[in-house]
Design a protein around this ligand. Structure first.
Ligand code: RRO
Length: 279
């Protein structure tokens, strides 16, 4: 989603507080062959393959959307420091309110995890981007690592403004009749309800070990899910797969559900919930 102004406008109209773009790279990219997305019992499995129009063309989409006033978080992926700096600079020029460095796609050859697993490289990328632009820099980290806290700390050392946790969990679905993985790429990233406990655990661990804010994402479908992430230490949350399950009105619905829960339980501010599970 969010590869073009139309889909982003729709999310904005439906009450999203900010919009994270599809991850954008240096060149246009078609993505993997179909099948690229499967609905499984408890979530979605995707191997889209970073399809995007490339940073030059993408500027037009952001410009079309600028009228909506909803902050845009420009998600970017690169193969090296130079590419991340160039992409972030463009996103700032286009008017993005922040950039999100995607160093965590589970099936992006040369991009994604190759970058996001190397703490030294990650710190260099983040600090180089930070020196170049003036808008906040978020770093989206992967659960498919031995120690997600180390990765988040490397981003913090590079002066990241926030950590976004988590990207999808690496998975596979095999068709019994043909005895083959169904996705053309064979492996993919699992999202939706099934991964919420993994995301909550990652946010909890990261929040305990970094000083910068954490943005929680992974399986948030209801207000209760968002509150769980707040209690784990998230200051804000992102919603992706739930748009598929509940439609684009999910943003308003989740906000209303959070408000009702807070009223029922005597909470006045979201900040009173943030990190409550650590006390
Ligand atoms: O495009 C994708 O296949 C993709 C990306 Br960029 C990502 O960050 N996470 C994911 O599950 N899929």
């Amino acid at each position: 989603m969010d590869e073009d102004a139309g889909s982003m406008q729709r999310m904005s109209d439906c009450g999203a507080g900010a919009i994270v773009t599809k991850s954008i790279g240096m060149q246009p990219k078609e993505g993997y062959a179909n099948p690229t997305l499967l609905e499984l019992e408890f979530g979605l499995l995707n191997a889209m393959g970073l399809p995007n129009p490339g940073i030059e063309l993408y500027g037009q989409e952001i410009k079309k959307l600028k009228k909506s006033k909803t902050p845009i978080i420009g998600s970017i992926f690169g193969a090296n420091t130079k590419e991340f700096v160039a992409l972030a600079t463009k996103m700032e020029q286009y008017g993005a309110a922040a950039v999100e460095l995607n160093v965590s796609c589970p099936h992006a050859k040369r991009y994604g995890l190759e970058v996001g697993c190397d703490t030294t490289l990650l710190q260099t990328i983040v600090s180089s981007v930070k020196k170049q632009i003036h808008i906040p820099v978020f770093v989206k980290v992967s659960p498919n690592v031995v120690n997600i806290v180390e990765i988040a700390q490397a981003a913090e050392k590079g002066n990241a403004d926030a950590i976004v946790a988590i990207n999808t969990v690496k998975g596979m679905k095999i068709d019994l009749e043909i005895a083959q993985p169904i996705l053309a790429n064979k492996t993919g990233g699992y999202s939706g309800k099934a991964i919420k406990p993994i995301g909550v655990r990652c946010v909890y661990d990261i929040a305990q070990n970094v000083k910068i804010p954490v943005i929680g994402v992974g399986g948030i479908t209801t207000g209760d899910d968002a509150i769980e992430y707040f209690m784990a230490g998230a200051s804000a949350v992102q919603i992706g797969s739930a748009v598929y399950y509940r439609g684009p009105d999910v943003f308003k619905s989740v906000c209303n559900e959070i408000s009702v829960w807070m009223d029922d339980h005597g909470y006045k501010k979201i900040t009173d919930l943030v990190g409550a599970a650590h006390q």
